[in-house]
Design a protein around this ligand. Structure first.
Ligand SMILES: Cc1ncc(COP(=O)(O)O)c(C=O)c1O
Length: 285
């Protein structure tokens, strides 16, 4: 039998199969909580402060108390990490367990904190590109909160999978917002474009890194709206997220993206990203 992995729950490190949360927890009853995911490359927490800033933002917007300082968060993460591998820290904070099920915030409740560390599974076929499907973005209009309530995203991703696609490109009133668990980039007329940050997308940390790398390497880019019609003329389309990095799309809604091959700019940006990850990890040592 394999040993159960260690997780962190409410102040204690404990075997995952012994970690229990109350059925009255508002995360369980309402999806009343928020989360973060931080890649850990060979033991180095990637862009720790950016992730913590986004966590603080999610907690402020949901008015859930932040139980720890940034340095305390970091201290909690370290014992879970195996620095011989590429992993990611997943952690969530729910509003806590109340006595009664009532939509309004309960008084005097302590947030529930859960954290685990998993290996980053290599995404097979990344170099070959993936298929995508465009779907109506029917989620709520507070997508800037990294909420654990992901039913909208789950149903959309499942539709994509059932159409033999890796990811969905979500479209609100004719304009691209993001993927079901990623941000979207397109190359249109030689310019790398991604939709601007607003309440209809989650501001991805990978998205920020890609834009910084574009700026530093004279790659023309813009944060601008992309209509679905414009997307269909793109020479390249990518998804971006912490665990999948940059994923090239070679087919959209059953039609090839440009010539149906992974584009040149993807290769360049992927090289820049890999080099950035390596130099970032070295600078943290
Ligand atoms: C809806 C959504 N948008 C964008 C992203 C990308 O964010 P990041 O690059 O920080 O992983 C994610 C990641 O999980 C996501 O769930």
């Amino acid at each position: 039998m394999t040993k159960s992995k260690k997780v962190f729950l409410n102040g204690k490190y404990i075997a995952a199969d012994k970690a229990n949360v109350s059925v009255m927890d508002r995360g369980f009853l309402f999806g009343d909580g928020i989360y973060e995911v931080i890649p850990v490359y060979q033991g180095n927490l990637f862009r720790f402060d950016s992730h913590l800033e986004r966590l603080e933002n999610s907690l402020n917007l949901t008015r859930i108390e932040n139980p720890y300082s940034r340095e305390q968060w970091r201290e909690i993460m370290l014992p879970l990490i195996d620095s011989s591998k590429d992993q990611y820290i997943y952690f969530q904070v729910t509003r806590g367990a109340a006595e009664k099920r009532d939509h309004a915030f309960p008084a005097g409740v302590k947030p529930t904190v859960f954290m685990m560390c998993n290996d980053i599974a290599p995404f097979n076929g990344k170099e070959d590109g993936v298929k995508a499907i465009s779907l109506i973005d029917n989620r709520w209009s507070a997508c800037n909160i990294k909420a654990i309530a992901l039913l909208g995203n789950i149903l959309l991703r499942q539709q994509a999978v059932e159409h033999d696609c890796a990811e969905a490109i979500l479209v609100r009133e004719g304009y691209v917002t993001e993927g079901s668990a990623s941000n979207v980039f397109a190359v249109i007329d030689g310019i790398l474009i991604t939709p601007p940050k607003n309440n209809f997308i989650l501001a991805g940390i990978t998205r920020d890194v890609i834009l910084e790398l574009a700026a530093a390497n004279n790659i023309p880019f813009a944060e601008d709206v992309i209509s679905l019609d414009a997307l269909k003329t793109a020479s390249e389309i990518w998804f971006a997220s912490s665990t999948r990095e940059i994923l090239p799309v070679i087919e959209l809604d059953g039609l090839p993206v440009a010539n149906g091959k992974v584009g040149q700019l993807w290769h360049r940006m992927n090289e820049l990203l890999q080099a950035y990850k390596t130099s970032y990890a070295a600078s943290e040592k």
